[in-house]
Design a protein around this ligand. Sequence first.
Ligand code: ADP
Length: 521
Amino acid sequence: MKRVKNIKPWLFLLFLLIIPTGLFTVVEVTSLSDQEQMIESIYANQLDAVLYSINQYADDMVSSWSNDIHRHIINENNLSEIERDWPQTNPQVEYLSLIPWPGDSISLNDQDNERSELDQEIILRLQQNFTDTHRLFTYLRGGYRKIAGIDLDYNKHLTMFVFAVESDGNKYVCALVVDARRFISEVLSPRMQAVAADQLVLTVRHHSSGELVFSSDFNTVPETLTGEQAIWLIPDYFLGIQPVGMTIRDLARQRAMRNIGLIILVDLLLVIGALFFYRSVRRESRLAKIKSDFVSNVSHEIRTPLSLISMYAETLQMGRIKDEGKRYKYYDIIYREAQRLSGIVNNILNFSRIETGRRKFHFSEVDVNEVINTVLENYHYHLEKHHFQVEKELDQTIKTISGDREAITETVINLMDNAIKYSDKHKWLKIQTGLKGTFICIEIMDKGVGIPQREQTLIFDKFYRVTKGALAHHAKGSGLGLSIVHFIMQAHHGRIEVDSKEGNGSTFRLLFPIDKIGKKH
Ligand code: ADP
């Protein structure tokens, strides 16, 4: 039994709950920046995948154009006509130039002045990228028509797609000049919209000027884009990706905050749960203690009168007491102690009736002065035995009240009993009746040990006993008396008050409301 009492619930909770959750929280919080990086890398990978898919798409489109041009060359053989007519079929294509290859000098077709200026730039670019251009034929021989994207200075919006074509042993370099913006907005944008769906914002920015050329959602264009990368065929245009509504960093932070929030919430719930658990364990152990105290106190309370009764009864039975007066005194003691015993048992039974809601009151006209006189008469021997000095000041003008005589007697007995029990050297008590405002009042005063201020509201709770102070350890009791008095006063629509100071005695006041008063005495 002792061991159960020694378990410290808070220590148990600390080890079982708070330390593990605390550690978990610390680990989670410290790993948050790792998580942030992980999310960033997930998006970087996603960008790679999206970029690859867009590039592949662009490549497929231009490949299909190159196949078509190749077919035209095989079928028509008239290069100038193809150069003139084919661009008409594709609005994004501004210009087509088929340049015979190889040759130390890359020859031009006859063109008008403006066009030849563009052609000159095309030739210049091809010369600058001669090796790369030459390699296009190597790829072609290997069965793969590679398409190269080369920027033009001629107009910042123009770019050219270059690929090799071979027909009847003749080799040509085909330069398709396209408007990059139109290519992006008309050819690539449907694909980009499909990839972006609702979750991503895809943007294309002209790298040299920084100008935003395309966004899958112009309403939420992000200010900064992480991981922009050049589009293969139009290398001066960069593709960027961002989750809708926020940057990747924001997203990582938001997730981190959500995780921290969840952790804190879980911690809070755990702590609240632990507190409830702790409180209920404490309440249970307090209740267990109160119950065991109650049993030991009550047993003691019962044992004292019982042993007195059996001792005096035995003495009388042996017939040793010859003196009539003494014999009478012993009978009286037996009677009084039996009365006291029945008082204790009554208290317990009363309490049990109150608890189970079975306590009934029978109201009639009650003269409180008369109740007090009877109680004092019955308690005369008991008070004398304890050398108590009793003062009585009854207001004879007060009226009768409507109440339960037996219950009111019980309240007075309980309060008087307490005054006797909790008095030390000053064995004095006073009972007074009178009118107090709209109440008829009974006051029972003592010069006993008194009650500490903080305990004064608790003493009316069932089983509650003051466990510290002068008499606490000697005076036995059940802790039920005052809770029964409190209950009886409520049933009479009245109340009980206490004035007390530790070491300076107590005054208990029973107040019965005047509107419950019956006839004039
Ligand atoms: P019990 O007397 O059986 O312990 P009660 O309910 O009558 O139970 O009283 C509750 C507690 O209030 C007592 O344990 C005691 O500490 C305190 N108390 C009651 N009356 C007095 C009094 N007159 N003087 C000092 N303390 C008192």
